[in-house]
Design a protein around this ligand. Sequence first.
Ligand SMILES: [Fe+2]
Length: 250
Amino acid sequence: MIDIHSHILWNLDDGARDFDESIQMLRLAADSGTSDIVATPHANLCYAFDTGAVNERIQRLSGKIDSIRIHYGCDFHFYADNINDALANPSRYTINGRRYLLVEFSDLLILQNTGEVFDEMLAAQMVPVITHPERNPLLYLRTADLAAWAARGVCLQVTAQSLLGRFGSDARDFAHELIERGLVAFLASDAHDCTDRPPRLDLGYRYLAQRYAERIARALCIENPRAVLTGDPLPMPPAPVKSNRRWWFW
Ligand SMILES: [Fe+2]
């Protein structure tokens, strides 16, 4: 599996606190079946994004755990300064310097010109990936906007633990609504540590395979995330899907 959203780099944000914790997180990811993980430290008002520090830490961690590769990325918060800098320097924030850009909305307001900014980003060859919309209550009544943005090429990423109820029933239910409407391209861990928010996709993968179909799990956890690493179009674009009826009897 390929995890496109994690806070595995130590001492850059509220993720791993030290080198040892970074190693433990990598080991847990590898042991649970993740072959590639994107390190995405926050770029927000609390945590400045330092590309030199990100690259240096990725280099120091690479090869320490044989079975997992680490990739460059950013948990990009969607506000004016960041947006202007990303439009001027896309590869500073995009995953592996290619096309896909994680975008986290504020919990307090969704910018009125969000659609226009997305259009600008798309025109600049960036593909915005809205991170964990299911965890932002401001979006619960804006499914039509999410669908409209997705139709223009924006992607949605759900957090694996949301499917399992870690962020409450509203987040869980909205995650499933978005998947069933065919709006979700990726599952990711958004890991911050080894226990409370671990770098595991295996449980989410299994859940998707049982509730929907193996091909949905593969699309969200393997095939589409692989395209993010290389900057290619999605091989398995999201489409509406129904819950497996048997699910309800388990
Ligand atoms: Fe994150």
